[in-house]
Ligand binder design. Sequence first.
Ligand code: PGA
Length: 249
Amino acid sequence: MKHPVFAANWKMNHAPADAEAFLRVFLAYYPKTQDRTVIFFPPALTLGAVHNALKDRTDIKVGVQNVHWEDHGAFTGENSAAIARGAGAKYALVGHSERRHVFGETDEQAGKKVAAAIRAGLTPVVCVGETLAQREAGETIAVVARQLRAGLAHADAAHVATCIVAYEPVWAIGTGKTATPSNASQVHLAIRHELRTLAADRSEAVPILYGGSVNKGNAEALLAAPEVGGLLVGGASLDAEGWSGIVRT
Ligand code: PGA
């Protein structure tokens, strides 16, 4: 039996008041359940409001969309993993494709950010994915494996076993183009193989999420595919009623 993870990446959307209004609707649609994990990744400025609005809904978790690799210091504008933890975060996205492609983050930085998240007691969600050009050049598996190894470069096997991996093909993010369940599965199998080389049997516990234009219409088929352990959803997570439908897939 799968215990799927449903992660909402709100990106740069929803102020604290919007998030509170969202949760009033969402929580009414989504009663407490133990058979799946729901995680919200609000903007850092909204994180505390989401954490507070969830109150006794300890079945629902909050995460931060990005962290700096240092714990504290003179890094104006950056988010510390330790501070995010203090504000209620339990998870951290690391190496999201927008961080890599819009802000120029490198594989090496992703590795240091994963280490910072682990030090702060956050579960890293390590994002990997190829561009369209890389897919067309037949480089998908090589790119994803390289990003994964670099992202987990400073994590020992015990820590690898507590991470989450998200496969998000860059060409599928926010484009309306989704990987077919079998395409996603193929890459997830390769990720699982790579995880075994890093953490042997313990790696079986690592959920591998799919992300990229997931919606109510394709969620069920993607989730049913082998090695798809959950979904990381951007656009379709912004509407409370729509998102409540996806998390009940
Ligand atoms: P999307 O975004 O669902 O809007 O494609 C996914 C993501 O970037 O995590």
